[in-house]
Design a protein around this ligand. Structure first.
Ligand code: FAD
Length: 481
């Protein structure tokens, strides 16, 4: 690490920026990246840094993926119709981040508050538009947009079949200019996994006469004014949306599968919001019976039941499948052994702090593609995957939780990736901030975004951010306020 004086402030230059500024990659590949959300943006940056030529294919008209809030929703409120026009974003108007901003950002581009810019949201858990603004800053800083083809949907990606292109990838895309059929050395899939809804099975639901909607199509509470609403699901979106709706609805009843069967309680701070266990049955007369024996006549059921991995454009001839929400087989959630390194996935793990993980996964992919870092043999990768699956099975963990990273497994994984690429491990303050923040969500779900007691970690984070400010001097005065 080196120290320089800039604007009167001593700045430590991170060893990474020096070590990698004059990199001489072994091989430059022509790489297609599918999607320009947070994962696609950082992947494009890392691939180019490593010396690859990159084309990002994005079906939307702007960067940001999930963070591009729109009031538009899909015509089918449950999103069951496979032919429906798809709206990508599942973000609702009131959404604020559930991860503190210091912890959430990319490791070398701090998601720092910009309190002097009136157009920005300086809160620690900012609204969705601040995240989009941050991603735009990132794209601008690293000239990512020049690599993106907007309004270009990948409709097919498959291993090239002809002899001349053996080992390469054929990518078919559609845009207003027509269809394109191109050959790439590699494809990196960054298409997100919060667009295709999952639905809980409820006995009797087909003859239940009320309205049903999935949270993917929820934007504002107004349509639920004076209604009786049942919200299925009590994870992040279920908690937020039930509270949002409770502001205007007559009654809101949350059905949770992680509470005991006799639960029936009014949630603190509300006089119209109840917690119940799972639904036992829905009936033709409009009633819904919970496992605790309570019956509610509801106008609407809101399904906050999560999302599925969905890769309709990918044809791997069976080498990669989605089985009960397990995308596999994948070595370390990224490379399918039989198709590596030509095919890779960024961003599959969940219950994590995503941006830093995307960054580390994409550094690894970029380094593997250039040949700077080697993968184990196909057989060794398969052995590793089998051992991982066996461990899940032995612990009674269902397949659908394959990419869930509970407790400290995400940081073990991040650090493993960092070690592969000779990049610094995840900062201790980030790890601690994530754990404390996660606990805060459960302990004070209504107030965790505005009340905290880890100021010491914020100080540590900003002390750390300063070392990146040699690249972003315009942010420096803001960090010091
Ligand atoms: P996305 O953002 O979904 O981007 C995927 C992109 O791929 C999109 O732009 C899409 O248009 C494009 N695409 C898809 N298919 C194709 C195709 N066939 N051809 C071309 N382009 C295609 N994370 C946090 O860190 N903090 C939070 O507080 C937080 N809150 C969240 C709240 C909600 C409601 C949701 C749904 C997610 C939240 N997340 C949060 C997780 C969030 O998904 C990640 O932070 C991250 O933004 C995901 O980025 P991504 O690039 O993987 O996917």
């Amino acid at each position: 690490m080196q120290a320089v004086l800039l604007g009167g402030v001593v700045i430590a230059i991170h060893r990474y920026s020096l070590a990698h500024s004059n990199r001489d990659p072994t091989t430059s590949r022509h790489v297609a990246v599918v999607g320009a959300g947070a994962a696609g943006l950082v992947t494009a940056r890392e691939l180019r840094r490593e010396g690859h030529s990159v084309v990002v294919l994005e079906r939307g008209s702007q960067i940001g993926g999930v963070w591009t809030y729109t009031s538009q929703v899909e015509p089918d409120p449950l999103s069951l119709d496979p032919t429906r026009p798809v709206v990508h974003s599942s973000v609702y108007k009131s959404l604020r981040t559930n991860i503190p901003r210091e912890c959430m950002g990319f490791t070398d581009f701090p998601f720092a508050a910009r309190p002097h810019d009136g157009s920005r949201d300086p809160r620690r858990h900012p609204g969705h538009s601040e995240v989009l603004a941050y991603l735009r800053d990132f794209a601008k800083e690293f000239d990512v947009e020049e690599m993106i083809r907007f309004e270009t949907e990948v409709v097919r990606a498959e291993p090239a079949a002809d002899e001349e292109n053996r080992g390469k990838w054929r990518v078919e895309s559609r845009s207003s200019d027509g269809a394109a059929d191109e050959i790439y050395d590699a494809v990196v899939v960054c298409n997100g996994h919060y667009t295709e809804p999952r639905h809980a099975h409820i006995a009797g639901i087909d003859s239940w006469p009320g309205k049903q909607i999935h949270s993917h199509n929820y934007r504002v509470p107004d349509p639920f004014k004076d209604q009786i609403v049942i919200v299925i699901g009590s994870s992040a979106s279920g908690v937020d949306i039930s509270r949002d709706i409770a502001k205007v609805a007559k009654e809101v009843h949350v059905s949770s599968r992680s509470t005991s069967p006799d639960t029936y309680e009014m949630l603190p701070g509300y006089d119209n919001l109840w917690l119940h266990p799972v639904i036992e049955t829905a009936r033709i007369d409009g009633s819904v019976v919970f496992q605790n024996g309570k019956t509610v006549y509801a106008d609407t059921i809101m399904h906050c039941t999560g999302y599925k991995y969905y890769l309709p454009f990918l044809d791997t001839k069976g080498e990669v499948t989605i089985d009960d929400n397990r995308v596999g087989p994948l070595y370390k959630h990224v490379f399918p052994p039989a198709l590596s390194p030509g095919l890779s996935f960024i961003g599959l793990p969940w219950q994590i702090t995503p941006f830093p993980m995307f960054e580390l996964q994409s550094k690894w992919v970029a380094a593997v593609l250039s040949g700077r870092v080697s993968l184990p043999s196909q057989d060794e990768m398969m052995e590793d995957i089998k051992a991982f699956y066996n461990k899940l099975e032995a612990s009674g963990i269902p397949r659908r939780y394959t990419h869930l990273m509970p407790d400290d497994s995400q940081f073990e994984y991040d650090n493993w990736l960092a070690d592969q690429c000779d990049y610094p491990r995840i900062e201790k303050w980030r790890e601690e901030m994530f754990y404390i923040g996660f606990k805060r969500i459960y302990a004070q779900s209504a107030t965790y975004r505005d009340n905290w007691d880890d100021d010491h970690l914020i100080v540590e984070a900003y002390d750390d951010f300063v070392k990146f400010m040699s690249s972003y001097p315009e942010l420096l005065p803001l960090l010091k306020t």
